[in-house]
Design a protein around this ligand. Structure first.
Ligand code: AMP
Length: 144
């Protein structure tokens, strides 16, 4: 299965925040969309970074409530690992497990075209196993 198969099912919507948005504004975007990370982008297409709830929790612990008025550019990860629509989901699953992040933006021709979370990857693996199981049961039941 490829990344584009996941996007076909879940859609291409990506919640982004501008680098100069405050951490408080970021929290409202995460809560509003019920998501754990947002791509940081000045224009909704290019990627300046990624910021997840984990970044907020770590920095809150270090800096206290003053963090809420700081820009997200101060706490984002600037070196973002991305994938393409044609990449294999299995390869992405391995990379997410190895590097310990749960969100990967999808980029095509230098533009942001979607985002895949570890939840999407797990769901696609379960769907694949389920369909394999159905085929096997069907095959066994048809056997003479
Ligand atoms: P997450 O597991 O997505 O909550 O993120 C854990 C840490 O990895 C945070 O510091 C994120 O900023 C960072 N991170 C999340 N996704 C990516 C990614 N695709 N590329 C690089 N860093 C990431």
């Amino acid at each position: 299965m490829r990344i584009r198969d996941i996007l076909r099912r879940k859609g291409d919507a990506v919640a982004t925040v501008r680098p100069d948005a405050t951490v408080r504004q970021l929290l409202s975007v995460l809560a509003e969309h019920n998501i754990g990370a947002s791509v940081v982008s000045p224009d909704g297409a290019s990627i300046a970074g990624i910021v997840s709830e984990r970044d907020v929790v770590r920095r809150l612990h270090e800096h206290g409530a003053a963090l809420l008025d700081r820009p997200v550019s101060e706490i984002m990860t600037a070196e973002v690992r991305t994938c393409g629509p044609g990449d294999q989901v299995e390869d992405l699953r391995r990379a997410m497990t190895e590097h310990r992040f749960r969100h990967v933006p999808v980029v095509e021709d230098g533009r942001l075209v979607g985002i895949v979370s570890i939840g999407d990857v797990v769901k696609s693996a379960i769907d694949e196993l389920e369909s394999e199981r159905e085929h096997l049961v069907d095959y066994i039941q048809r056997a003479p």
